[in-house]
Ligand binder design. Structure first.
Ligand SMILES: CC(C)(COP(=O)(O)OP(=O)(O)OC[C@H]1O[C@@H](n2cnc3c(N)ncnc32)[C@H](O)[C@@H]1OP(=O)(O)O)[C@@H](O)C(=O)NCCC(=O)NCCS
Length: 165
């Protein structure tokens, strides 16, 4: 049995999928251990619904993964505003019960193909410095570390880049 043998559907969302904002917010809550009934989840759902409704396929794509009818994975690919041949991988999430089965690899691979088809020469990403599994995930896909930066709130981040051109 391969790791991806359970049926998985991965697709890019369209503005008609704005109703999935809540499902994605609940996925984020499951990953971060936040109460699914909290105000933060409702606020995040509303922000996501707005983002999905306004998707511009030439500059942004959101990919989600379903397994057995449950939304279990999410990632966003965004074109860089200043360097249009650069794209960013953002917001990657896989439900804790579905991790380490190749789902993030499948999601991000699909996202990278999408960006490459639209001229991406490089894909950037960032993750928190202490997020070992995310750092190892990026390196497993060939991303290279490009140094560190500190966000205004003091969070230490690792920068990654993957040349695709
Ligand atoms: C990071 C994350 C997205 C990985 O998702 P995933 O579906 O489990 O990843 P995959 O199964 O595709 O893993 C591919 C490779 O990444 C590395 N990796 C993934 N999870 C790992 C872990 N917990 N420890 C060490 N390496 C890990 C491994 O090299 C793995 O290959 P292997 O299983 O053959 O050893 C997932 O753990 C997650 O959602 N974490 C919480 C949110 C987060 O940190 N997001 C990233 C923000 S940038």
């Amino acid at each position: 049995m391969t790791r991806m043998s359970e049926p998985v559907e991965i697709r890019a969302l369209t503005p008609a999928d704005a109703c999935l904002g809540r499902s994605i917010a609940l996925l984020g809550a499951a990953v971060s251990g936040v109460d699914r009934c909290s105000d933060g989840v409702a606020e995040r759902a509303a922000v996501l619904a707005e983002e999905i409704a306004a998707i511009d396929p030439d500059g942004r794509a959101i990919f989600v993964a379903w397994r057995s009818g449950q939304l279990v994975g999410f990632c966003r690919m965004s074109r860089d505003a200043e360097n249009p041949s650069d794209w960013w991988l953002q917001g990657l999430l896989v439900h804790p019960d579905h991790q380490r089965r190749g789902l993030a690899t499948a999601l991000v691979t699909q996202g990278m193909v999408y960006a490459q088809e639209r001229g991406a020469a490089a894909i950037g990403s960032m993750t928190q410095r202490g997020n070992v599994r995310s750092i190892q995930f990026h390196e497993s896909l060939g991303f290279e570390q490009q140094g560190h930066l500190t966000l205004p709130d003091g969070t230490e981040m690792v920068r990654f880049c993957l040349a695709t051109g």
